[in-house]
Design a protein around this ligand. Structure first.
Ligand code: S3P
Length: 427
């Protein structure tokens, strides 16, 4: 396991790009594999999670070729996948296992899909139940991976999900492409809608609104060209770093600004951050823009309700920002954080406490009072990429050295994170 030492810095500055959006990249690969014809994907994320999706699709017989800076994917059509010769490995990626399960549920073969220790501990009942309602047979021990999926004909369903999860919604929508009739899913608060948007790019009319989404099956996908924007969840670390360090200014170019992902921008604005956005450009139904962040005097905010799915992956770094904000920041309605790659509520509270922050864990969130000076500490990232990167940002403003234990886990979503951080940091 590699450790990274982070020292305090006086400022950050620069104009940078970040790897392609991870959520959009998974979907681009899966939909391209299901389509008829050859698709081109530009700007695919280099993240290890996306490699997991790519490898599963290769194991299902999909052919891909790197062509200049694009990936060419030869679509198999919805039923052209081959029975895998081995267990499919989703690695650390919840998106890979949950989305692919929706596709595997409709195939004419049996397959088994699993992942690493973290993924094998995450809840899968949320996809098993609706897929079984659609007619699939899925074996598991206590609704956890490995999942053995006996695919077959599926029927459409109207599913009222009790959780706001794009992974669940997308799993059901992908399965719905195989069923006769309209498959609909409603959710308590809107989750990211990349699947719905990308289905349109592949020629399938998806219906979607803030309450849910639906597809009319059976529907076939037509190959297309996808241009993946930069990942706002990766940009988030630098937006917070620029806000926290004095005399800082950072421009993040070509970042995806889908409204269902823009919570980090809105949360930082609510905290009075000095943050701006260029006019948007829309490609494949996905808006993108440059985002500029400068040093800021932050104030506390309440982050709750429908905001939560829009910041779900950014809460750890927002918690770091909250330690420097004047007042008490309350984060609630975020119990889902406990079942991400790690228990992120516990991991954030434990590590912020080590750094001297005034933070309290609640059952579904965190209460953080600031501003409090941070001190360097040894950070246990619980093998969770977003914890590692959030605490690298905390280390930039802490007195003394911060040691990120097992820092290589950043590769899960952001290969090159530390190199980029080095480039823009000034002593
Ligand atoms: C994702 C959805 C979110 C998010 C995850 C990626 C996706 O999970 O936390 O990092 O690509 O659909 P849930 O939808 O399960 O909350």
């Amino acid at each position: 396991m590699s450790d990274r030492i982070i020292k305090s810095k006086s400022r950050i500055a620069g104009e940078i790009t970040v790897p392609g959006d991870k959520s959009i990249s998974h979907r681009a690969l899966i939909l391209a594999a299901m389509a008829d014809g050859e698709s081109r994907i530009n700007g695919l994320s280099t993240a290890r999670d996306v490699q997991s999706t790519r490898q599963c699709l290769l194991d299902l017989g999909v052919r891909m070729k790197v062509d200049a800076d694009a990936l060419r994917v030869t679509g198999k059509g919805k039923y052209g996948f081959k029975a895998p010769k081995k267990t499919l490995d989703a690695g650390n990626s919840g998106t890979t296992i949950r989305l692919l399960s929706g596709v595997l549920a409709a195939q004419k073969f049996i397959s088994t899909i699993t992942g690493d220790a973290s993924l094998r501990n995450r809840p899968m009942r949320r996809i098993i139940e609706p897929l079984e309602n659609m007619g699939a047979t899925i074996e598991s021990a206590s609704y956890k991976a490995p999942l053995t999926i006996q695919g077959g004909p599926l029927r459409s369903i109207d599913y009222a999900s009790t959780i706001a999860s794009a992974q669940v919604k997308s799993c059901i929508l992908l399965a719905g492409l195989y069923a006769n009739g309209i498959t609909r899913i409603t959710e308590p608060t809107p989750s990211r809608d990349h699947t719905e948007r990308m289905l349109e790019a592949f020629g399938v009319q998806a219906q979607y609104s803030l309450g849910g989404a639906g597809v009319k099956g059976p529907a076939n996908l037509q190959a297309t060209e996808i241009v993946v924007p930069g990942d706002i969840s990766s940009a988030a670390f630098f937006l917070v770093a620029a806000s926290l360090l004095p005399d800082s200014e950072i421009s993040l170019l070509n970042i995806g600004i889908n409204p269902t992902r823009l919570g980090i921008y809105d949360a930082l604005l609510a905290m009075k951050a000095n943050i701006h956005m260029s006019p948007a450009q829309v490609i494949n139904m996905e808006p993108r823009a440059d985002i500029l962040a400068r040093s800021s005097q932050l104030f506390s905010a309440t982050l709750a309700g429908s905001m939560i799915p829009r910041i779900i992956d950014e809460i750890p770094v927002l918690a770091v920002a909250a330690t420097q904000a004047t007042g008490t920041t309350v984060i609630r309605d975020a119990a889902e954080l406990r079942i991400k790659e790690s228990d992120r509520i516990a991991a954030v509270a434990e590590n912020l406490q080590k750094m001297g922050a005034n933070v309290r864990e609640t059952k579904d969130g965190l209460v953080i009072t600031g501003p409090t000076p941070l001190k360097g500490a040894e950070i246990d990232c619980h093998d969770d990429h977003r914890i590692a990167m959030s605490f690298a940002i905390a280390g930039l403003i802490a007195r003394g050295e911060t040691v990120i234990k097992g820092a290589e886990c950043v590769e899960i979503s952001f290969p090159g994170f530390f190199q980029l951080l080095d480039q823009i940091c000034h002593d």
